[in-house]
Design a protein around this ligand. Structure first.
Ligand code: ADP
Length: 673
């Protein structure tokens, strides 16, 4: 250190303190450059106290900002001092940055112009160096630093109209140098904010952390990215929350020196998207809450049906964890016997994009299985399936009831089948009995007739008139009994059905029946007509019985004073058009419709069905003899030919018996089919 021949420099330079500007006097004791005097402006600018700095090195009192990126600032000033010492001439430093600490010790960006000149002693040596610093921070930044953004605005006017938000704020005060229309709109402000400090123009930003973020970007030089960042902005008189995606990008005045001069912001107003997303999230939340309230299991799957949501019921029922449920899906709880069928239906629904439904058993957490009805529907957007929604409802009770019902129907059917077969058996026995009884009875009756006849012949010369009448009554009763037995035998025969079916020319058959009845026809002067009767397949004997009974009834139940007129006609019809309600499978079958009508005494239509029952008679046997078996034989004959019969009648007008006989006994031979 150089010796200084000054008794009290402090006193000597007292007047120096009042010099205008930032001035200091230092000793030429490189590299310390001890401070011996400082102007009041220097003290107020640096916030330092005189007593703390005098007799200390200038660069100890004012250390260089270690973060400004350039390490030679201090060296440049020292170099200037050394030039003064060496050349004993003043020396100037062009604009240079040298940051000064504020009262909190934080460095503030500052630019200076420096001028140093020597104070020589009597020997002509440099005794002191007077150092003057001029603060040119604003000018330096204004001149150099902002050429970039200003040019940007000039050269790239399209930025103003760009569909993004672009802004540039300068310096520590964040003067708004540039704000495009998008940013002004987002702020809810007009162009008048340009040129104003950001937090004066948009004061509501102050409390929302924006300053801290900008400071951080400006001082660290690191960009800051934000997505869906909410800001409360005073737009048209009220505070609104606006969401932004943006980046705060540091703008360097000098890339090499990393002088930071301001912050660029580029971004988007994403409020609509954020609100839509929030809305979707809230709808989704509500849907899930609703799904949890449902008594059924509710699930949702993606387009491929892979489950991504299951409601509470599922977890309560299965006892499975969410991981297991989502990863392994619903099939893990399906009963092994149901899995194949339900998967087949599900896969078909998936491939065709159609409604799914199946009944299957799910395993409860207590290891029991319960019946469920599972349903699912695809949800489409623009015709493309985006998801599947499904439910599974417990139908265990319903299923149990169904099974019980099925079981009871099965049992009932079995019972009914048994009753039916018992009935058939009883009926067959009865018919067997009636046949046997009739057959066995006919012989004693014949003998009774024979011997009573012989007895009458042998005794006829000794019998008086009254006794002869008794014999006649005896004969009549025996004849009636024989007739009844004959009818019963025929009925039994018709009941058994005929095994021999052959081709029958009905007109020929009817003619032979009429021949047998010739006597009575002549007696009654009856007129009988028939035409176009078909040739059909059937039993000759049975069809003979049929016509025999119908024609003889028509002759028997005639009016006393009117000659009987009997008409037999035939036509072809179908099950649908025949005039009778037949089973559905017969509607298209063809039938011969044969009608036998008379002009006799007729009967009430309400009796039309019961006359076909055995032993049913509507008229008194005093006037009209009979056994009540004839029409039941007719019924049996029609039945064994797979046909139908019914009667239409009106008292005192006449009766018509309609007989439907299939055109062909086998449907494949049916000419009309
Ligand atoms: P029946 O031996 O009494 O004639 P059917 O079984 O042949 O027995 O007939 C049953 C009853 O139907 C008859 O008693 C009669 O009252 C009534 N009946 C049958 N055919 C006719 C007809 N053509 N006209 C009026 N009534 C008839």
């Amino acid at each position: 250190m150089k010796a200084v021949a000054t008794p009290d420099p402090l006193e000597e330079f007292k007047a120096f303190e009042t010099t205008p500007g930032v001035n200091v006097i230092v000793l030429p004791d490189a590299p310390t450059f001890t401070l011996v005097a400082a102007s009041n402006d220097f003290l107020s600018l640096t916030g330092l106290r005189k007593e703390d700095i005098l007799h200390r090195g200038l660069f100890v009192c004012l250390p260089q900002n270690p973060n400004d990126g350039i390490s030679t600032r201090e060296q440049n000033i020292k170099g200037s001092f050394e030039s003064v010492i060496k050349n004993k001439l003043s020396h100037e430093l062009p604009s240079q940055r040298y940051d000064i600490r504020d009262s909190h010790g934080n460095f503030l960006l500052r630019y200076w112009k420096y001028k140093s000149f020597p104070l020589l002693d009597i020997n002509g040596d440099v005794a002191y160096i007077v150092h003057n610093a001029t603060n040119i921070t604003d000018d330096a930044i204004a001149e150099k630093n902002f050429e970039g953004p200003k040019n940007l605005e000039k050269d790239y006017r399209f930025l103003t109209k760009a569909p993004v938000i672009i802004g540039y704020v300068r310096g520590e005060e964040y003067i708004i140098d540039f704000a495009n229309e998008g940013l002004l709109e987002a702020w809810g402000r007009d162009k008048s904010v340009i040129g104003k400090p950001l937090f004066t123009a948009i004061p509501e930003l102050e409390d929302q952390g924006t300053r801290g973020l900008l400071d951080h970007v400006r001082t660290t030089g690191k960009p800051f990215y934000a997505y869906g960042f909410p800001l409360l902005l005073n737009r048209s008189g009220r505070l609104e929350t606006i969401y932004f995606d943006f980046v705060y990008q540091p703008f360097f005045q000098d890339e090499a020196e990393q002088i930071v001069s301001g912050v660029f912001s580029v971004g988007h107003d994403v409020t609509a998207q954020v609100l839509a997303k929030k809305e979707i999230e809230s709808t989704e939340k509500k849907w899930k809450e609703l799904a949890d309230l449902m008594p059924a299991i509710v699930w949702r799957g993606d387009a491929e049906g892979k489950i991504n949501f299951l409601n509470k019921r599922w977890y309560e029922f299965t006892g499975l964890s969410e991981d297991a449920s989502i990863n392994f899906g619903w099939t893990q709880v399906v009963h092994p016997d149901d899995i194949e069928a339900s998967l087949a239906i599900w896969n078909e629904s998936l491939s065709k994009g159609q409604f799914y439904q199946s009944e299957l058993r799910y395993k409860h957490h207590d290891n029991s299985f319960r019946w469920m009805i599972a349903r699912a529907i695809p949800i489409r957007q623009d015709g493309v399936i985006t998801s599947w929604y499904g439910t599974s409802s417990d139908i265990q009770e319903h299923k149990q009831l169904e099974l019980l019902l099925e079981e009871s129907v099965r049992k009932r059917t079995l019972q009914l089948e048994k009753s039916l077969s018992d009935l058939k058996y009883a009926h067959a026995n009865l018919e067997e009995f009636s046949y046997a009884a009739s057959h066995d009875l006919s012989e004693p009756v014949r003998k009774f007739q024979f011997y009573s006849n012989r007895l009458k012949e042998e005794l006829k010369h000794i019998l008086d008139e009254k006794q002869i009448k008794f014999f006649t009554r005896l004969e009549q009763s025996a004849n009636r009994m024989q007739n009844l037995i004959q009818n019963l035998l025929e009925y039994s025969h018709a009941s058994k059905g005929s095994q021999i079916f052959e081709e029958i020319h009905l007109e020929t058959l009817l003619s032979s029946v009429l021949e047998d009845l010739e006597l009575i026809i002549r007696q009654k002067k009856a007129v009988i007509s028939f035409e176009n009767l078909p040739t059909l397949t059937g039993s000759i004997r049975q069809l003979q019985q049929l016509f025999q009974n119908l024609v003889s009834n028509a002759l028997k139940y005639c009016k006393a004073d009117v000659a009987p007129e009997i008409n037999v006609v035939s036509s072809i019809t179908t099950g649908k058009t025949c005039g009778k309600d037949l089973a559905d499978d017969l509607t298209n079958r063809s039938f011969y419709l044969i009608k036998v009508s008379d002009n006799g005494i007729g009967f009430n239509q309400e009796d039309a069905e019961k006359i076909f029952k055995v032993f049913t008679r509507l008229h008194s046997s005093d006037t009209y003899s009979g056994s009540g078996i004839g029409l039941s034989i007719v019924w049996k004959v029609v039945e064994s030919h797979n046909g139908f019969i019914w009667a239409d009648s009106e008292p005192a007008v006449g009766s018509t018996f309609s007989i439907l006989l299939p055109v062909s006994q086998q449907s494949e031979n049916d000419p009309l089919q």
